[in-house]
Ligand binder design. Structure first.
Ligand code: NAI
Ligand code: MG
Length: 394
C-alpha cells in the first residue's frame, strides 16, 4: 500500500520551528508518511496577494490531511503597506488563510483537548481553606463549531441601505435606527441547525468513545435566544441518542467562572464558534497555556491539525529556539488518532507525560521565565532538546 501523504504547512515565525520538530518526533515514533510542503502565511500575502495560494488548496484537496504550524497576520493598513508594490492598488484583500481553509474544506468541527500533565508546573492549583492547595485533574475537550457564528464574516461598518431596511423590520432595531453611517457596526451571528447537530453529535460520540460522563453545552440561550437556543436544542435532541452521557447546559459566562472553581467536573464541552474559542483558551490556561494547546479542524473529508498558538514573531529569530514544541507535538498526535495510528499517538503522549513528570527538561514557559536568549542560563532547554527528550522516552 502506498504510504500516506501529509501536507506540511509550517507557515510563519515559530511555525517553521515547531512543525519540523513534530515531523522528527512522528518519524521517531515509527509513523511513516510522505510530507509535501504547502505554502501558507504572510510571505505569500506580501509576494502574491494571497496568504493561502491555490497550489496549497490543491494539495490539501488531493491529500486530505494537513499539519499546520502558525501564521502571522497584521491589521489592514500593515497588510496594504507590506504588499508587493507591483500588486498594490489592484484590489488584493487580506483574508485569514486559516479561516479560508476552514471554510473551503468545511472543517466545521474544531476539537481542542485541554488535559493536565502531572508535574507540569503551569497546572492550575486551588487554595484549600486550611491554607494548603489542591491540583485538580483537568481533562476537558472542547468542541467548537468552526465555520459559523460570529466568525461567519457577515458584517458591516456603515451597513448599506438594504441592510438597514431589513434590520428596521425588527422592533429591537428601533433604538439604533437613528445612528448614522460609520457610527453603526453590525456583525451577524449565523447558526444553522445542521451545523449545530453535527458538532453536538461529534461531541457526544467522543464522550461515549472515550468515557467522559458529560457533555456541557456552553451558550447563552436566555439572552441570545435564537442562535444559542438552536445550539442548546440540538444538544438536547442528540442527548437522547446517547443515554450513557449526561447533558449539562451552562451559560458561557457562568462556565468561565466555574472554570477555576471546579474545572475537574467538566468533560466534553460543546459551543458555537466564538464561545468555543473563548472557553477553549480558558481551559488551555489551566493546563499550561499556549505551549500545550493542540487542536484538530475536522471536516467530513478533510482535516487539518495545528497548535492554537500563533507565530510568536518576537521569538522567531532566536537560535537556538526557546519555544515549547509540545502543543505542535500533541496536534501531531491528534493527526495520528485521525489516521488510525492510535498506538503511536499514545506512545508519544506517554513520552511527553514522562518528560513533563520527570521535570529535568523544561522550556522557558514551563519555568515561568520571560522569553529571550538568556533563558538557557536560567535552566531552560531549547525547542530541539525538548523534542530529543521526548524521543528518548518513546
Ligand atoms: P502568539 O500565540 O504567537 O504568541 C503569544 C505569546 O505566547 C508569545 O509571545 C509567547 O510568549 C507565547 N507563546 C506562543 N507560542 C508559544 C510556544 N509554542 N511556546 C512558548 N511560548 C509560546 O500570539 P500573538 O503574539 O498574539 O500573535 C503573533 C502572531 O501570530 C500575530 O500575527 C497573530 O495574528 C498570529 N496568530 C496566529 C495564530 C495561528 O496561526 N493559528 C493564532 C494566534 C495568533
Ligand atoms: Mg483563540
Amino acid at each position: 500500500m502506498a504510504s500516506m501523504t501529509i501536507v506540511a504547512m509550517p507557515g510563519d515565525g515559530i511555525g517553521k520551528v515547531v512543525l519540523p520538530e513534530t515531523v522528527r518526533l512522528l518519524e521517531a515514533a515509527g509513523f511513516k508518511a510522505d510530507y509535501v510542503h504547502g505554502d501558507i502565511g504572510w510571505e505569500f500575502w506580501c509576494k502574491e496577494g494571497n496568504a493561502l495560494p491555490d497550489r496549497t488548496i490543491a494539495l490539501l484537496d488531493k491529500h486530505k490531511v494537513g499539519l499546520f504550524g502558525a501564521i502571522t497576520s497584521k491589521p489592514k493598513e500593515a497588510a496594504a503597506r507590506e504588499l508587493d508594490p507591483q500588486l498594490q492598488g489592484k484590489g488584493f484583500q487580506y483574508f485569514s488563510p486559516i479561516v479560508t481553509m476552514r471554510q473551503r474544506f468545511d472543517l466545521d468541527v474544531c476539537i481542542r483537548p485541554c488535559k493536565a500533565f502531572k508535574g507540569n508546573p503551569l497546572n492550575f492549583i486551588r487554595k484549600t481553606p486550611d491554607g494548603g492547595f489542591v491540583e485538580p485533574n483537568v481533562d476537558v475537550v472542547v468542541f467548537r463549531q468552526n465555520t459559523e457564528g460570529m466568525y461567519a464574516g457577515i458584517e458591516w461598518t456603515n451597513p448599506p441601505e438594504e441592510v438597514r431596511k431589513a434590520l428596521a423590520t425588527h422592533k429591537k432595531f428601533k433604538p439604533f435606527a437613528a445612528v448614522e453611517g460609520a457610527d453603526l457596526a453590525v456583525s451577524v451571528r449565523v447558526t444553522t441547525r445542521a451545523a449545530c447537530e453535527r458538532i453536538a453529535h461529534e461531541a457526544f460520540e467522543y464522550a461515549r468513545k472515550f468515557g467522559y460522563k458529560s457533555v456541557t453545552v456552553c451558550e447563552k440561550p436566555n439572552v441570545v435566544r435564537e442562535t444559542s437556543g438552536m445550539m442548546e436544542n440540538a444538544a438536547k435532541r442528540l442527548a437522547k441518542d446517547f443515554p450513557g452521557v449526561a447533558l449539562w447546559s451552562n451559560n458561557i459566562d457562568a462556565q468561565m467562572m466555574w472554570l477555576t472553581k471546579n474545572p475537574e467536573d467538566s468533560g466534553v464541552i460543546v459551543a458555537t464558534n466564538l464561545f468555543g474559542d473563548i472557553i477553549s483558551d480558558g481551559y488551555a490556561g489551566l493546563v499550561g497555556g499556549l505551549g500545550f494547546a493542540c487542536s484538530a479542524n475536522m471536516g467530513k473529508s478533510h482535516a487539518v491539525f495545528e497548535p492554537t498558538h500563533g507565530s510568536a514573531p518576537k521569538y522567531e529569530k532566536l537560535n537556538p529556539s526557546i519555544v515549547n514544541p509540545i502543543a505542535m507535538h500533541l496536534s501531531g498526535c491528534m493527526m495520528l488518532d485521525h489516521l488510525g495510528e492510535n498506538d503511536k499517538a499514545t506512545r508519544i503522549r506517554n513520552a511527553v507525560a514522562a518528560v513533563v513528570a520527570e521535570g529535568k527538561v523544561r522550556t522557558y514557559d514551563m519555568l515561568r521565565l520571560k522569553g529571550g536568549p538568556d533563558v538557557f542560563s536560567q535552566g531552560a532547554c531549547t525547542t530541539q532538546q525538548m523534542t530529543d527528550a521526548i524521543i528518548a522516552r518513546l
